[in-house]
Design a protein around this ligand. Structure first.
Ligand SMILES: [Ca+2]
Ligand SMILES: [Ca+2]
Length: 223
């Protein structure tokens, strides 16, 4: 018996071999066709217009720092913002101080605040303001995702792609946020309060970055 007779000696062996070769060729082709078809179907569903429930899963990144400043002294307060995989909705900055050693008419300390967002991705417009030291002196809200306020809503007649394109920070807002505060001490020259002549104040800058991820679910239509 020859080698080929040993390998392919019977009709049954040949049949098995042929069937195996056919399956080896046909199955990968079949699965690759199915994979490309389901991709196309998935893409079609994402692009389809419909009714969607749009929710925002939210998180806050907060930080605060307090410095004691003298009259005319400037303090630089930094906030390094890394939002990870989340989008940045907006960033709130609050400068607070409370003149608790010599407040009152003509004697309440105040602050001048100036931001520098040149190290922030997208370089938001800088802000400035002034306020007196009897609580929250100055606050800013810097919008990063346009028009985003975190409220859920129902979208109708739009595609999932449209919604995803609308709610994005565009990669903006990460980086180093700088707020500079200059303290102006006010006192009455020690005439009315000679023992506690005011010459400083504690100034706190608080940061809150409101982050979100988008959650879009199809709304089942009533039949
Ligand atoms: Ca004062
Ligand atoms: Ca003071």
């Amino acid at each position: 018996m020859s080698l080929s007779d040993k390998l392919f000696g019977s009709q049954r062996a040949i049949t098995i071999l042929v069937v195996s070769i056919v399956f080896a060729i046909v199955f990968p082709a079949y699965f690759s066709f199915m994979a490309s078809t389901s991709d196309a179907a998935g893409g079609g569903a994402v692009g389809a217009k419909g009714k969607w429930n749009v929710d925002f899963i939210q998180d806050n990144l907060t930080s605060d720092e307090t410095m004691n400043l003298g009259d005319g002294e400037q303090g630089d307060f930094f906030f390094d913002l890394d939002s990870g995989d989340m989008m940045i909705g907006y960033v709130e900055i609050t400068v607070s101080c409370n003149d608790n050693d010599e407040p009152g008419p003509g004697a309440t300390d105040s602050v001048d605040v100036q931001t520098d967002f040149s190290e922030v991705e997208g370089t938001p417009d800088d802000e400035s303001g002034s306020g007196s030291c009897n609580g929250d002196a100055v606050s800013f809200t810097i919008q990063i995702t346009p028009a985003w306020d975190g409220a859920s809503y129902i979208a109708d007649g739009v595609s999932k792609n449209d919604i995803e394109a609308q709610w994005t920070d565009g990669g903006n807002g990460t980086g180093e946020w700088l707020t500079s505060v200059t303290l102006n001490v006010q006192n009455l020259g020690g005439v009315l309060n000679p023992l506690e002549l005011d010459n400083d104040e504690d100034v706190t800058v608080s940061w809150r970055a409101v982050l979100y991820t988008l959650e879009i679910t199809a709304v089942a239509e009533d039949i």
